[in-house]
Design a protein around this ligand. Sequence first.
Ligand code: SF4
Length: 439
Amino acid sequence: MALKGIDIFKMSPKKNCKECGVPTCMAFSMKVAAGALPITKCPYMGADVIAKLSEATAPPMKTIKVGDLKMGGETVLFRHEKTFVSKTLYAVSVNEAQDVDAVLAEAQKVDYERIGEREYVEMIFVDYKGDKDAYVEAAKKAAAIGREVILNVECPEAAEAALEAIKDKKPVLNGATAENADAMNALATKYGVVLGIKAATLDELHALAEKMEAAGNKNMILNASTASIKDAFEFAVQIRRACLDKKNTDRTFGYPTLVNVAALAAGDQAMQTALASLFTMKYGSIVVMEGMSYAQALPLYGLRQNLFTDPQKPMKVAPGIYPLNGADENAICCITVDFALTYFVVSGELERSGVPINMFICDAGGYSVLTAWAAGKLSASTIAKFVQENAGAMQNKTLILPGKVAVLQGEVKDKLPDWNVVIGPREAVELVQYLKEFK
Ligand code: SF4
C-alpha cells in the first residue's frame, strides 16, 4: 500500500531547513508521496528511515533493463495523465527449424530515422522447438546481429546451453513456469539475466511472480497469455491496472509485459500488425511478431512515437545551419523554426527539390511557425539575431522566410540590410515548385 504524505512527515527530521529544495518537511513529504522527489533528497533523513521508506515510495512498476533498452517504469495508465516513459519494443520471432539467416536478414531490413529516432527491430525472440544443438546455433546467430535477444525456452537444459553460448549478450530468459520455476530462476541468477515468467491464468502468474520474488528475483518480465487474443488483452490490461492502482497498488505485478502476437495470429501478418498496434497502446512492453516489413513498420513506429513522446515537451531539433543538397556558402538560405515536425517536413521537401540550400533553424521554443510567431518566439529580432550570430560566412545573402510569417519581411529587411529577404511558400509541399522557379 502506498504511503501518504502525513506518514512520511511523521518520520521526517522536521527541521524545515529547505535543503531539499522544498520550503518545509511537510511539503517535501507530500512530494515524496506523489513520487515527485526521492526520499534521499533530504540529507538529514536517517538510514533506517530511508530503508523503510524507499521500498514503500519506489515507483510501483519496476524499470527492467536489457542491454541499452529499458522497459517498464510507468507511473500512469493513460498518456493524457502524464507521460509514458518506456516505449514498446518490437521483437521478431525465429526458431531453429526455420532458415535462421534469412529471418534475421529480413528483420534487419527495417532501419530508418523518424523525427530524430532510430526505428528498427530492437529484439530477436529465439523460440525453442525441441532441437537443442540447432537452437544454440540459432541463439548465436541472433546474438551476432547486434540486437537484444530473448531466449523463449522452457527446457532448462536447452536454456542453459543457449545461455552459456551467448552469456556475454545477457539475453532475456523467457520460460519460467510453475513446473520449471526453480531451475529457471537458478539459471537467471547464475547468468545475471532477466527472467520471463508464464502461466495460464492471472492468478497463477501472480503466484509465480510472488514465488520468484520470495526467491530473491526482482528482475522479471510477465508473459501475457497466448491462449487467445481476449486472454492476452485481459492479461496486459489487468497486470498494468493492478500495479498502477493508486489506492491498492499490487507491486507483485509491477513488471513489464511481453505479448507474443506471433503466437496469437500465426501466419497472419495483417492481424499481427493490428494486434501489435493494440498492444502498443495497451500495454505490451515487448511485442513479438513473425516479421517486420516496412509496410508494417511505418504505421507501427509512427503510432509508438506518438504515444511515447512527452506531450509536455515540444519535440525540438538543435538550432543551427543545415546545408542540404551539397550547399556551401554560395547557396541560397531559408529559415524556419526548431519544431521537429516542421524540420523534418521542410527538410524533406528541400531535399526533394535537389536545389543546394542552407536551412537555418532558429530557436523558437520548439513551436510550429505560426504558434512561435503568435507566442513571440519567432520575430524579426530573433531571425536577425540568428543570422547575425551564425551566418556571417554566407556569400549568398538571399534569405527565404516562411510564407506564414510574410508580415515580418519589412522588419527583417530593416534589421538585415545586407540580405535579400524574400517570401517563401506558406506550405512545405509547395517548396519544390517554388525552388525550381526561384530566380
Ligand atoms: S532537507 Fe529534510 S529537514 Fe530540511 S526541509 Fe527538506 S525534508 Fe525537512
